[in-house]
Design a protein around this ligand. Structure first.
Ligand SMILES: Nc1nc2c(ncn2[C@@H]2O[C@H](COP(=O)(O)OP(=O)(O)OP(=O)(O)O)[C@@H](O)[C@H]2O)c(=O)[nH]1
Length: 626
């Protein structure tokens, strides 16, 4: 759904049906499932909105895109940031907020360089140039645009060198379908803001904003070529426009040398754009490029050629429903006719101009052109000695100048309000995010603490039941387990056997070999017991050198055998390996038989048996029936 809408929008955008394209992108935005998808849709929407004259919405969308992209991590984050900032830069430039536009453009350029995508870098440069132009830095604007142009050209050459037929890959102008013409005409009445001369009216999709290609490499190659072509056209048209603006400015200041120079510099770009655009398949780009060329020809006095081009692009504008551009064609035609010698045509042109100036929009003629018309009327009336009309044209011109200043101020106030509103929302979102993060950290910390406590509790539990020296069960565990074992034996009517094993003359071991060796001996005894007694129900160290073993379900003779085997294992162990001349025996008192009624009876009997074993000479197993 998301990708489908974006793909459909891309097609519409290439055909110049911007309003329809934006609607499709809005649907894609609604269907977006991830912040990355949202950002992609927002960037594209922000790209198209200025062409529909909706600068406020463009500013909102571009700001939203930048804020969203800043939260996205991953390898394409630089590319997305570059695109979002590039759009924001352009919107600021349209608001005539040059400083903000420049700052944003520089950031966009840095992000594009970090992304290592030449076309993104070129787009950033292209928009940065528009920002410079908004600050009346024409030279800088041209330098940046030329750089962007070179990148676009080398990208295209690389594609051509790679065997791609650039021309064939371009959609043809004639392929525009009847339905898209109808939709474009219903949508394009607001397309009058093209007066900024920006030829980026093509979708100008930066490469990574494009949808991942479902139909293989060829489509993405086509897209790449289209993007590079559009960038190229945008650069050419912008260069033409910057110099045409400089030309108009010089004319207003009556600086003929500067005017001639600016006009000469605009020429090659306007000519080349007009040549190239016929392959681009985007009627809107054709109209913009031709109107630039007309302005250049008008400056050069090539009136007949210019009039033919006006007719051509007016026809396209009318067919496609670009109301603003059709109006512009009429204005340019009137300006051209003023330059003819035919007085009747001049009068007709003057009347036409007045009609255009008093025409109540929309669409309205761009302010730039209205100023140009008023100035032309003023000069013609003055030259003809018609001072009343000249004065009226001059007053109109001053009113337009005041209006231009007021418009710029109103726009900038509006932009600041939007930005403020946006920054407040962002601050609120940031606070909410910080709160959520703090809450998450608190929860994580609490969980870690709990985990630690559980581990400690388990450790303590284990320690409470374990003998530290031998890692056998300790006396506490024996006292805990013994009643349960006895109970089980009674319930299951099983015999029970309890042996108390005591190391003989252990004091001597300590005395002769030291306490450390005594410890080692005890550990070795524990290990031997553990190895021999896999099936014991309980094996514990219950005193210094005394151990307890309990079996449930083992009849007395078998218990005696087990104890005997234990005794032999310990007596037969090569204790000399631990210390020279060391030897060791144990005595075992065994109480076995029917389970007695109480634990202490069982233990006492075993104790008595042990005492007897010691008394009878040690190193033996003494059995007593329980
Ligand atoms: N190295 C070491 N010695 C211990 C430990 N616990 C108790 N002992 C020593 O074990 C010895 C026990 O001595 P006695 O109770 O006199 O008995 P015995 O020397 O084994 O003589 P009989 O039991 O009569 O054969 C004492 O010297 C205790 O200090 C221990 O954890 N490590």
């Amino acid at each position: 759904m998301f990708e489908d809408e974006l793909a459909a929008a891309e097609q519409l955008s290439h055909r110049g049906a911007y309003r329809e394209a934006t609607a499709a992108r809005e649907r894609a935005l609604a269907a977006a499932r991830t912040p990355r998808e949202q950002a992609r849709a927002l960037i594209l929407i922000a790209h198209d909105l200025p062409r529909q004259g909706d600068l406020q919405a463009a500013l909102r969308r571009a700001s939203e895109a930048v804020a969203l992209v800043r939260q996205i991590e991953g390898e394409d984050s630089h590319a997305l940031l570059a695109q979002a900032l590039t759009e924001l830069c352009y919107v600021y430039a349209q608001f005539l907020m040059g400083r903000d536009a420049l700052q944003t453009g520089w950031q966009a350029l840095a992000a594009a360089r970090a992304a290592r995508e030449p076309l993104l870098e070129a787009w950033a440069l292209n928009r940065l140039a528009v920002a410079s132009a908004a600050m009346d830095q024409t030279e800088q604007a041209c330098q940046d645009t030329v750089q962007a142009l070179e990148i676009a050209q080398s990208t295209l050459s690389a594609m051509t060198a790679a065997g791609q037929d650039v021309r064939l890959l371009m959609p043809q102008a004639g392929s525009t379908s009847a339905s898209s013409i109808a939709s474009a005409s219903s949508a394009s009445s607001a397309l009058s803001s093209s007066s900024n001369g920006d030829a980026t009216a093509g979708s100008g999709l930066p490469p990574t904003a494009a949808a991942p290609n479902p139909q293989g490499q060829r489509q993405s190659q086509v897209r790449g070529v289209i993007q590079a072509q559009e960038l190229l056209l945008s650069c050419l048209n912008n260069l033409a426009h910057f110099w045409l603006q400089a030309h108009a400015e010089a004319l207003r200041n009556e600086d003929r040398t500067a005017a001639a120079e600016a006009l000469a510099r605009a020429g090659p770009y306007a000519v080349r754009a007009a040549e190239l655009v016929r392959h681009a398949g985007n009627p809107f780009l054709v109209v913009v490029s031709l109107s630039n060329l007309v302005e250049h020809l008008l400056g050069n006095g090539e009136i007949t050629h210019a009039l033919a081009l006006v007719d051509e692009y007016e026809a396209i504008a009318l067919r496609e429903g670009y109301g603003g551009m059709a109006l512009q064609a009429r204005a340019q035609r009137a300006l051209l006719q003023l330059r003819r010698d035919d007085p009747a045509r001049v009068m007709q042109a003057l009347a036409g101009m007045q009609a255009l100036l008093t025409h109540e929009g929309p669409p309205q003629l761009p302010l730039r052109l209205r100023r140009q018309l008023s100035l032309a009327m003023y000069r013609v009336y003055k030259a003809r000695g018609d001072y009343a009309q000249a004065l009226s044209a001059h007053e109109q011109l001053s009113a337009l100048e005041r209006q231009a200043a007021r418009n710029a101020m109103a726009l900038q106030t509006e932009a600041r309000l939007i930005r403020q509103e946006f920054e407040q929302a962002r601050a609120r979102a940031e606070h909410a995010m910080q709160d959520a993060r703090r809450e998450r950290e608190r929860a994580e910390h609490a969980e870690q603490e709990q985990h630690k406590l559980r581990r400690q509790a388990a450790e303590l539990g284990r320690m409470a039941h374990e003998d530290a020296l031998t890692a056998l069960n300790n006396r506490r565990h024996a006292e805990f387990a013994l009643p349960l074992l006895l109970e089980r034996a009674r319930q299951e009517h099983q015999p029970i056997a309890l042996g108390l094993l005591d190391v003989d003359h252990f004091k001597r071991v300590n005395d002769s070999f030291g306490h450390g060796m005594g410890d080692q001996v005890l550990q070795q005894v524990a290990q031997l017991l553990r190895r021999q007694l896999r099936s014991a129900d309980l094996l514990a160290r219950v005193g210094g050198e005394e151990f307890m073993l309990v079996f449930v379900g083992v009849p007395p003779p078998r218990a005696q055998d087990i104890c005997e085997r234990l005794r032999q294992a310990i007596a037969g162990f090569s204790w000399q390996d631990l210390a020279p001349n060391l030897s060791l025996t144990v005595s075992i008192g065994l109480s076995a038989g029917e389970p007695p009624s109480r634990v202490d009876l069982l233990v006492e009997t075993a104790d008595q048996a042990l005492y007897a074993a010691k008394h009878n000479g040690r190193d033996r197993v003494q059995f007593m029936a329980s």
